[in-house]
Ligand binder design. Structure first.
Ligand SMILES: [Zn+2]
Length: 489
C-alpha cells in the first residue's frame, strides 16, 4: 500500500489515491481512490489563471447551484461532477465520483470497457460489438435521450454551456436507460470562461467547423447553440445508429477538405426532404450494418411526428442557422411525448422491441418488419382554458397490455420532469384486454367521467374503450379530456 497518497483537498477534507499507473485522458492523468469510490484526475499541464478560476467555480459556485438545492440529488445521476480540488506534486487535480457500475460492459467482447456513447452511435459498433443483452430497446434509448436533454437543459438554465458534448463525454446504459454526462470541467460560461477546445469532430456545429481554419477573430466558438447541434446529433445517433451529416456526397477527394466541407460549410442532412444528394450509400458488403445505414428503410420519420419536426428544425432549418435549433427542453418534451406513442413489437427477436406507431391502418414494426396484429386503441388528449371548450393538444397515447396512465397525462400542470414527486410517479390507472375488449381501469382518479353517457367511473371501476368514447380525466380547468379511437383494426 506504499503507493497510497494521502493529502488534503482545498476544502480541508482528506483525499487518498493510489499514485501509480494512471489511466490517461486527453489532458489528465487519472488515479483511483483505494476503495475506488472516486478518482483524482490531475491536469498534465499547469492551468493558467483562467483555467484555475474555472475549475474553482465548477467545484464551488456551479456545483452548489446545481446540487445543493432541492432536487439536487437527481442531478447527481445525470452529471459526473467534480467535487474537490487537490494540489499534489506540483499539479492540480479534481476529485470526481467514480462511474456507476452499470456503465461498464458485463459481457464479451467488451467486458469491462466503459459504456461510452460511441458504442451505440454507429451501426458498425452497435451491430458488431455491442453484446445482444446490452442493446437495450427503443424505449431505453428514448429514456437515455430524455436524460441527456434534461441535463443539457439544466446546464443552459444555469447560464452554462457544455462546449464538448459528444458520445465520448456521455456514458449510457441501454440496459437500464441510464445516462451520465462526464468531463464537465471544460464548461463554458459565455463572456467569462472561453472554451478550451472546439469540440469533437462528429459533434462540432457547422459554423464552428466552417470558421475553424480562418482568422482567429472570426472563429465561431462552442456555446449554447453549438451544444444544441451536438445534442441533436446525439439523439439522432442513439435512435438511428448513423450520423445525420455523413452521407454519400463527395465534395473533394482530399479527405481533409471533404471533412471540412461535409461537416462545415456544405453540411447537408443525409435525409434532407428535398435535396437527396447526401443520402447514405448502401454498398454490397454493408449488409452487416443494416437496417441502420439504409435511411430509406429506417427513415428518421420512424421516430414519430414530434421528433421528426425537431430533426427538421435541427438539421434542415437550423443546420446553418443556429438560432432556429430546438432547445434542450423542446427535445425533452418531444421525447417524452414520443414514449407515449410506442407499441411493443411482437417478434421476440426484434432488436428494438418497440416501435413508434405511425397511425397507418396496419401497424408494422419498421425494424424487423413484423406486423402488429392486435387492436391499438389511442387516446387523443384535449385541453381547455375555461373548463368548457376543449381543443386538441399535440399529445397522443397508444394503448397495449401493461400501459398505464400517470398524473402527467391527467393534468397539464403536472410535467414529467425531474421535479415529479414520488406520488406523481405512481400510475392512476391501467389498461387491460378483457372479454375481447380494451378496458381502462381507474385506480386513483376521483373525477373520471364517461362524457358520452355522463356516468362517473369511480376508482376501482373500469370502462370499455370504444370508438369515439370521450372521458373526462379531471374536473380541474387544467385537467384533460381524451377521445378514444380504435386503431389498427
Ligand atoms: Zn420488431
Amino acid at each position: 500500500m506504499s503507493d497510497v497518497v494521502r493529502t488534503t483537498a482545498k476544502d480541508g477534507s482528506q483525499v487518498e489515491f493510489i499514485y501509480k499507473d494512471p489511466a490517461q485522458g486527453a489532458i489528465k492523468d487519472v488515479y483511483f481512490a483505494p476503495d475506488k469510490s472516486y478518482v483524482v484526475a490531475f491536469f498534465r499541464n499547469p492551468l493558467d489563471p483562467y483555467g484555475k478560476e474555472r475549475i474553482e467555480n465548477i467545484v464551488g459556485k456551479y456545483r452548489h447551484d446545481l446540487f445543493e438545492q432541492e432536487g439536487g440529488e437527481y442531478w447527481k445521476e445525470i452529471f459526473c461532477w467534480p467535487e474537490k480540488i487537490v494540489e499534489y506534486d506540483g499539479r492540480m487535480g479534481l476529485v470526481v465520483p467514480a462511474y456507476e457500475k452499470c456503465y461498464f460492459f458485463d459481457s464479451e467482447p467488451l467486458k469491462g470497457a466503459e459504456k461510452e456513447g460511441k458504442w451505440f452511435a454507429s451501426a458498425k459498433n452497435f451491430n458488431k460489438f455491442v453484446p445482444p443483452d446490452e442493446k437495450g430497446s427503443l424505449l431505453s434509448f428514448l429514456k437515455i435521450c430524455i436524460r441527456l436533454s434534461r441535463g443539457v437543459r439544466r446546464l443552459h438554465a444555469a447560464g452554462l454551456a457544455h462546449s464538448d458534448l459528444s458520445y465520448k463525454n456521455c456514458l449510457i446504459d441501454p440496459k437500464t436507460g441510464s445516462a451520465c454526462i462526464i468531463d464537465v470541467d471544460g464548461l463554458v460560461v459565455p463572456g467569462l470562461f472561453p472554451p478550451d477546445v472546439l469540440g469533437t469532430p462528429d459533434f462540432m456545429a457547422p459554423e464552428v467547423v466552417a470558421t475553424a481554419y480562418g482568422p482567429k477573430e472570426k472563429r465561431e466558438l462552442p456555446k449554447r447553440t453549438t451544444d444544441l447541434h451536438a445534442l441533436a446529433v446525439l439523439i439522432y445517433q442513439y435512435l438511428l445508429h448513423r450520423h445525420p451529416l455523413r452521407g454519400g456526397k463527395i465534395h473533394s477527394t482530399d479527405s481533409e477538405v471533404q471533412e471540412r466541407l461535409e461537416m462545415g460549410e456544405k453540411a447537408l442532412f443525409v435525409e434532407h426532404p428535398t435535396d437527396a444528394s447526401n443520402r447514405p450509400k448502401v454498398g454490397k458488403n454493408d449488409g452487416v450494418y443494416l437496417p441502420w445505414i439504409d435511411a430509406a428503410r429506417i427513415p428518421y420519420k420512424t421516430t414519430g411526428p414530434y421528433l421528426t419536426e425537431l430533426f427538421n428544425r435541427a438539421f434542415v432549418d437550423g443546420l446553418h442557422n443556429p438560432s432556429l435549433r430546438p432547445s434542450a427542453g423542446e427535445w425533452e418534451d418531444a421525447l417524452v411525448r414520443t414514449t407515449d406513442l410506442v407499441l411493443p413489437c411482437e417478434n421476440p427477436n426484434c432488436v428494438m422491441k418497440w416501435f413508434v406507431f405511425d397511425n397507418k391502418k396496419k401497424a408494422v414494426c419498421p425494424y424487423c418488419g413484423n406486423p402488429y396484429k392486435k387492436q391499438a386503441p389511442v387516446f387523443d388528449f384535449y385541453i381547455t382554458n375555461d373548463g368548457a371548450s376543449y381543443r386538441p393538444e399535440r399529445r397522443r397515447m397508444t394503448i397495449f397490455s401493461g400501459q398505464s396512465l400517470y398524473p402527467w397525462h391527467v393534468d397539464r400542470m403536472t410535467v414529467p420532469n425531474e421535479k415529479l414527486s414520488e406520488k406523481d410517479l405512481e400510475r392512476v390507472g391501467y389498461f387491460a384486454f378483457h372479454n375481447n375488449a380494451w378496458m381502462f381501469v381507474n385506480q386513483r382518479l376521483p373525477d373520471l367521467k364517461n362524457l358520452s353517457t355522463g356516468e362517473l367511473i369511480p376508482p376501482g371501476k373500469g370502462v370499455t374503450l370504444t370508438q369515439n368514447l370521450q372521458l373526462l380525466l379531471s374536473g380541474k380547468k387544467t385537467g384533460r379530456i381524451v377521445n378514444v379511437s380504435i386503431a389498427n383494426s
